[in-house]
Design a binder for this molecule. Structure first.
Ligand SMILES: *Cc1c(COP(=O)(O)O)cnc(C)c1O
Length: 224
């Protein structure tokens, strides 16, 4: 794609986001994080050039490498994948803007400990497995309230900002919607939660209509 074609394509996606958010209300603002796991640094740079600033990676090594290559750009990096404890140092070396995927108390403790040692803080979301899928990580809806309170209490270096969830992995939109509504209901009960990260290429409009204010778009942005 030429730059112009890419800009047009991006504008059409932004228009869809805009329409979906206005169906919620005028004040409902939605942030786009570009999930760049499918592409190399050049493609990230191309999207950056037309205005995108927030990018998300799901593998620590790829995040580290791309951050090195793209060092001169002011990219806001998000970590959106499962984090293994032995990769924590590596992840923190990038100083990511937000980690979306706190999926166990043990991980929260391990992060907190390392952050303490580095004298750093880190914004974080707690992942909810709203669709009760065995293939997904995250806390179950009935666990989240206690887990969130426990992390807030025991892991002061993690600045909890809300929740992340992946919509149900099915074709039926009513079931996907139900999983988003579950996430949204939980989000509204959590203290000081401001970020509800849900919605991907195939379901972002539905997610926004269910209250998402951060969507993670990959394939629709990068693969055509
Ligand atoms: C890859 C990925 C996305 C983006 O998925 P697409 O369906 O390609 O938009 C969003 N969230 C997470 C956690 C991902 O790993």
């Amino acid at each position: 794609m030429t730059t112009l074609e890419q800009k047009r394509h991006f504008d059409r996606i932004i228009e869809r986001v805009e329409k979906a958010r206005l169906r919620v209300n005028n004040h409902h603002i939605v942030k786009i994080v570009a999930a760049s796991k499918y592409v190399d640094s050049d493609a990230i740079k191309a999207l950056y050039t037309i205005g995108q600033r927030a990018f998300g990676e799901n593998k620590v090594q790829n995040l580290v490498t791309k951050n090195e290559v793209l060092e001169e750009l002011s990219i806001e990096w998000h970590f959106i994948g499962s984090l293994q404890k032995n990769k924590i140092n590596h992840l923190l070396s990038v100083r990511p803007h937000l980690i979306h995927s706190i999926d166990s108390i043990e991980l929260a403790h391990a992060l907190n400990e390392r952050l303490e040692r580095e004298n750093m803080n880190l914004r974080a979301l707690v992942q909810i497995n709203s669709a009760y899928e065995a293939s997904k990580s995250g806390f179950l809806p009935e666990e989240i309230s206690d887990a969130y309170a426990q992390i807030m209490e025991e892991c002061p270096r993690l600045q909890l900002q809300g929740v992340m969830s992946i919509g149900a992995h099915v074709d039926d939109p009513t079931i996907i919607k139900k999983s988003f509504e579950t996430t949204q209901r939980i989000f509204e009960t959590l203290p000081n939660a401001t970020i509800c990260s849900m919605g991907m290429s195939s379901d972002f409009e539905l997610a926004i209509e269910c209250g998402s204010n951060l969507i993670r778009l990959g394939s629709i942005l990068f693969l055509k």
